[in-house]
Design a protein around this ligand. Structure first.
Ligand code: ACO
Length: 324
């Protein structure tokens, strides 16, 4: 059966832009080093009063407007984040209250940079089983609040933002790979790799929020292997060949990971949507943000076959193929 259909997308970024030059004045780094190793030129950073919930709500409103549907028709909100407003309740419930669609289902999903893929899959499964008719799936982060701004190996890599999609339950008929909807998804986790990318704090351990810690070179190596493997799995599951894909919308961690993964699969680099230069790594927000950018600038069109993919702390990783 073809999965849930995507009705609209939206995104939100804080106004404040921090350039590489600004970071070079704070830690020992340079625009040249950051651009060459990562492709990042700038990132957006949340200001006073801006939180994961406010960015998520702005992205959700934009997605509802794009889909042309009312917030009151949303029965499910799944929000992917590693930087919730509070330890509890779920940030999704704050978004629900801000949109005024109380009463349906709302919860957060924690899978860090793969969070949006996990959230999309959970929402799709719930829509397929009739738990709701329409869903908002959101990826939203304020990673700037968990960065160690003295650590040049991590603070140059991340940014803040949010992206959202509106999904509608499938009709229930098997319609094949030309019909709009989610065609296939594969998710994975490997908890043994915890120490390569984690936050050194939390409510149950240190009672502090903690900071991002990462062994960048090892993460890079795992990312390319895991992502190309999961992309192959989704292609096999859906019976689609790599040349049939119109666009790849990857998690925006590093331009070199994007290039290496596309090359391994034989996908032309011009089919890969890249926003990492402007947004840096916005964790769970990066895939829906990039999807929204490429839909709104007219690159991704109705009927296109789009592969979404991400990998992050845990490790967690996944991919999803969707016909728009
Ligand atoms: N500016 C200048 N020098 C730096 C900086 C910086 N910002 N950061 C590290 N260096 C130095 C290091 O200290 C090291 O110096 P040394 O040789 O004197 O010890 C040197 O640069 C090389 O460091 P490496 O970590 O080996 O550099 P590498 O080429 O691997 O690039 C990077 C680092 C960009 C982090 C890369 O490993 C990477 O992108 N990894 C993937 C990590 C990632 O994207 N994580 C995000 C979350 S996971 C995900 O989303 C997939």
């Amino acid at each position: 059966m073809t999965g849930s259909r995507l009705l609209g997308t939206g995104s939100a970024l804080p106004d404040r832009i921090v350039t590489n030059a600004e970071l070079a004045a704070r830690v020992e780094t340079s625009d040249e080093w950051i651009v060459e190793r990562t492709g990042i030129r700038q990132r957006h950073v949340a200001g006073e009063g801006e939180t994961t919930a406010t960015l998520a709500t702005a992205a959700a409103r934009a997605a509802l407007a794009d889909a042309g549907v009312e917030a009151s028709s949303i029965g499910l909100i799944v929000l992917a984040t590693a930087t919730p407003d509070n330890t509890f309740p779920a940030t999704a419930t704050k978004v629900q209250a801000a949109l005024g669609c109380n009463g349906g289902i709302a919860f957060d999903v924690a899978a860090v940079c793969s969070g949006f893929l996990y959230a999309l899959s959970v929402a799709d499964s719930m829509l397929r089983t009739g738990m709701a008719k329409r869903a908002l799936v959101i990826g939203a982060e304020t990673f700037s609040r968990i960065l160690d701004w003295e650590d040049r190996t991590t603070c140059v890599l991340f940014g803040d933002g949010a992206g959202a999609v509106v999904l509608e339950a499938p009709s229930g008929e098997s319609q094949g790979k030309d019909a709009p909807g989610i065609l296939g998804t594969r998710l994975h986790a490997d908890g043994a790799q915890h120490d390569l990318l984690y936050v050194d704090g939390g409510p149950s351990t240190t009672q502090t929020t903690g900071h991002v810690r990462m062994k960048g070179r090892e993460v890079f190596r795992h990312a390319v292997v895991n992502l190309s493997d999961v992309l192959k799995e989704v292609l096999e599951e859906t019976g689609v060949s790599a040349d049939e894909i119109d666009w790849v919308v990857p998690h925006q961690a590093n331009a070199r990971i994007l290039d290496a993964t596309a090359k391994k699969l034989g996908i032309a680099p011009e089919k890969v949507v890249v926003t990492v230069d402007r947004h840096a790594n916005t964790s769970a927000a990066s895939v829906p943000l990039a999807l929204d950018v490429a839909r709104k600038d007219g690159r991704i069109k109705p009927g296109d076959l789009v592969m979404l993919e991400a990998m992050g702390g845990g490790f967690t990783w996944g991919a999803s193929l969707i016909r728009l």
